[in-house]
Design a binder for this molecule. Structure first.
Ligand code: FEO
Length: 400
């Protein structure tokens, strides 16, 4: 864990987690880890903004108490109720029971349901300001970024935005707190995109609204609850989030993601020919065997590329089950508005194409090219698969 002063009277506590294998019990985060950032604002009133997971409570509270006695903290701001930011709350309240909690009204019932906390809660309105001495804080509701109760907190005097989940990322950053300290910022941003697609893509319309609110505040420093603090170029992470949110409507950029599964190698053979066709058209393609790569790592490609190719054998007259699973989750994440194509082998009954076409219709995926073939990927099939790749590549380049 690292403690840094990030602005006048503002300390950041970056609590690294290198042991939890799955973020939200779903998304792999090791070996890179994840941070839970908490912030302390010292003024006539002392304020702590967001906390950490329950099992990291001692680590955080020890660090905070080295700067200010816990009983001298006046407010704890709960920007977001998810337990990665509130797990330490009960421990803090046991030590300092007079702390007042600042949160949205939606968070109030969650405080009760999660922690049986019913008192010392002050609900803040959207845009409400609070003087804490020399500094004034303001609170801005950002519902569904990431839960319905979420808000961000702005230090109006110093210009630091405590943004909660938005503008965050996977990746523990043990020696770096700031964007300008990270030696491989582009790699970090790739992890930010994975985090976005795993956690926030479903809520892209709400992210877009939140980004507009944040732009109006013109923060000098963006201090999220996960990952780096952006002090050199806060506009970069704001613009990236704006771009990612826009992909929910545009379908993404002109590139392709190919997801496939294979039972006996025939659909894989067709996949190789499809890829050659795409390469002939110089269309970049990311290929994923869905049995070998966790969905967490497939989602960034699916989300950002407008083109999606699905290679699925027919299994018992329907889509291959693992492909169905991926497509179900893709729908849940609202990864919509794609140009799509299908290919796959069948043995005693076709059916995968029929089910896939029906599955992706509500996602507004346009499945224009398809190749369902019986049995082996014979020479004629390989030629058709290559031609499918070429046709799809041309379609992607034409912007359709
Ligand atoms: Fe970092 Fe939605 O919790």
């Amino acid at each position: 864990m690292i403690t840094r002063q990030i602005a006048d009277n503002v300390h950041a506590f970056s609590v690294d987690d290198h042991t939890t294998p799955l973020f939200e019990g779903l998304w792999p985060v090791q070996p890179g880890g994840v941070t839970y950032n908490s912030y302390l604002i010292t003024d006539e009133k002392n304020v702590i903004v967001d906390l950490t997971r329950e099992f990291k409570a001692e680590t955080l509270l020890d660090a905070v108490s080295s700067i200010v006695e816990l009983k001298k903290i006046d407010y704890v701001v709960v920007n977001h109720m998810e337990p990665d930011h509130t797990g330490a709350l009960r421990t803090l309240l046991r030590i300092a029971p007079d702390i007042q909690i600042l949160c949205t009204s939606v968070a109030t019932s969650m405080l009760d349901s999660y922690y049986s906390v019913k008192t010392n809660i002050r609900e803040v309105e959207d845009g409400e300001k609070l003087s804490i001495g020399k500094k004034t804080l303001s609170f801005h509701h950002t519902p569904l970024v990431h839960w319905p109760e979420t808000m961000v907190t702005f230090d109006e005097t110093g210009g630091t935005l405590f943004s909660g989940d938005i503008f965050g990322s996977y990746g523990a950053v043990p020696e770096q707190v700031y964007d300008d300290e990270h030696a491989k910022l582009d790699d970090y941003i790739k992890e930010s995109l994975r985090y976005y697609t795993n956690i926030l893509s479903k809520f892209s319309p709400q992210v877009e609204k939140a980004v507009q609110s944040v732009k109006r505040l013109s923060p000098k420093v963006i201090a999220p609850s996960h990952g780096l603090v952006w002090r050199k170029d806060p506009g970069r992470i704001v613009d990236l989030y704006a771009q990612w949110a826009s992909f929910a409507v545009t379908g993404g950029e002109p590139g392709a993601t190919l997801i496939y599964a294979t039972m006996y190698g025939n659909t894989a053979q067709a996949m190789n020919a499809v890829v050659r066709g795409l390469q002939h058209e110089s269309v970049p393609v990311n290929v994923f065997n869905v049995n070998e790569t966790h969905l967490s790592y497939i989602l960034p490609s699916l989300y950002t590329n407008r083109g999606v190719l699905i290679g699925s054998p027919t299994y018992e007259g329907n889509i291959f089950p693992v492909i169905r699973h991926v497509l179900t989750d893709v729908g849940a994440k609202r990864i919509f508005n794609k140009s799509a194509a299908f290919f796959g082998s069948w043995s005693w009954s076709s059916g995968a194409l029929r089910e896939i076409t029906s599955m992706v219709k509500p996602y507004h995926w346009d499945v224009a090219e398809s190749l369902e073939f019986e049995g082996a990927a014979k020479e004629s099939v390989v030629k058709q698969a290559y031609d499918l790749g070429v046709a799809f590549g041309k379609r992607i380049k034409s912007g359709k």
